[in-house]
Design a binder for this molecule. Structure first.
Ligand SMILES: Cc1ncc(COP(=O)(O)O)c(C=O)c1O
Length: 385
């Protein structure tokens, strides 16, 4: 498809959440997780065609989109999904909240592995559930599950596990073995798994994502899987996502709790998702190559060129999780913002002293941001690397 990911688009004055945060200031925004690339050409073409029709009534996903999703899951993961298992949604954050609402009684426990994407931490309390964050532990330079701690924190009131795989912000694509171990503990204790797999098509290291629900009948019957084309094909503003819920009882409960609270899915979101999944695999391959290049640049620069900062290998996502604790500043996100780079604050993910950098942008933007970060740290004092 020969996409030009180097092309810099001006996103100012487009009401972009990412860019308007720093309106009127010279701050490069590398925070919220959308990319500064245009959506793939077949998506733009399909949207133009749909807009030209000019009627935007309530919409259904349509048989073709459902068929494409089912075929894709079969081809990628040998996962045989029945069309009736798919529940369409306007986003994954609403789905996390519906799951917390739907399962368990007031102040039952929802577990999750932290640091994690902030809505995982806020959803339980919004539905009168108790959040139990289990810290990830580091092993051989990567974050992983602390299974002993996980099992020891489980009580008779633990009803739901919110899992993030690939994991935002730590960039892990968990192995089959890691996922299986977590899932087996959850099943053993009758804990429903809600697995957010929104980053599943953004694996950068040539390995394969393993959906937790493919690990056997018992796990599948206990799992709600959340997916969307939005991250991979840069469509998050079009609000289209889906849950896969093989267990009819769980599905009914989920749907009941969604009804009349969550709006229906966006008409243009369906159109874009169909074109993305059906026609844009080449574009996705090119995107992965480009993101892998960006990942390598960020990783090398942070670990080799900027003293007092470090990061792990990003196996998946376009998010770098940077340990800035050695900088010794009270608020690293603010420190870099003053230097002209807008990063996500680790405290929102339950990790003080960390920042998250979104490298889903043209290389010129990324290089400028990294240079600004390097200068800010150099101005701080003597270099140690
Ligand atoms: C793990 C994860 N889940 C959900 C979302 C947001 O999903 P949505 O825009 O569909 O609500 C994000 C966005 O960054 C994410 O990283």
């Amino acid at each position: 498809m020969n996409s030009d990911f180097d092309k810099v688009f001006d996103r100012r004055n487009t009401n972009s959440l990412k860019w308007d945060k720093y309106k009127g200031r010279d701050v490069l925004p590398l925070w919220v997780a959308d990319m500064d690339f245009q959506a793939p050409p077949p998506v733009l073409k399909a949207l133009h065609r749909r807009v030209d029709h000019g009627i935007f009534g309530y919409c259904l996903p349509g048989d073709e989109l459902v068929g494409v999703v089912v075929a894709r899951l079969q081809a990628k993961y040998r996962w045989q999904v029945e069309p009736s298992w798919i529940v369409w949604l306007p986003g994954l954050v609403p789905a996390l909240n519906v799951a917390c609402r739907a399962f368990g009684n007031d102040w039952d426990e929802v577990l999750t592995f932290a640091p994690v994407y902030p809505p995982f931490l806020s959803a339980p309390e919004l539905s009168r559930k108790k959040l139990k964050p289990i810290p990830l532990r580091r092993e051989k330079g990567l974050f992983t599950f602390d299974i002993e701690r996980f099992e020891s924190e489980i009580s008779s009131r633990s009803k739901l596990l919110l899992l993030c795989n690939p994991h935002n912000p730590v960039g892990r694509r968990y192995s089959r073995r890691e996922i299986e171990t977590v899932a087996q503990v959850a099943v053993k204790h009758n804990i429903i798994i809600c697995s957010d797999e929104i980053h599943c098509d953004l694996v950068l290291d040539g390995t394969e994502h393993v959906p937790v629900a493919t690990l056997g009948k018992e796990i599948s019957a206990n799992t709600i899987t959340l997916m969307s084309a939005s991250k991979t094909f840069n469509l998050p503003g079009l609000n289209c996502a889906f849950a896969i819920i093989p267990n009819e009882r769980l599905r009914r409960t989920f749907i009941k709790n969604r009804r009349e609270v969550i709006p229906s899915t966006n008409a243009l979101g369906y159109v874009a998702s169909l074109a993305a999944y059906r026609d844009c695999e080449d574009w996705r391959t090119e995107l992965i190559d480009y993101l892998r290049g960006n990942r390598d640049i960020v990783q090398e620069f942070i670990n080799e060129e900027i003293p007092r900062l470090s990061m792990d290998n990003v196996q998946a996502t376009y998010l770098a999780w940077i340990d800035a604790r050695e900088l010794g500043v009270p608020d690293p996100a603010l420190f870099f913002e003053r230097a002209g780079v807008g990063l996500s604050d680790g405290r929102h993910f339950q990790a003080e002293g960390f920042v998250r950098l979104n490298f889903g942008c043209p290389r010129a933007t990324l290089s400028e941001a990294l240079d600004r970060m390097k200068r800010a740290v150099a101005d701080q004092g003597p270099c140690m690397k």
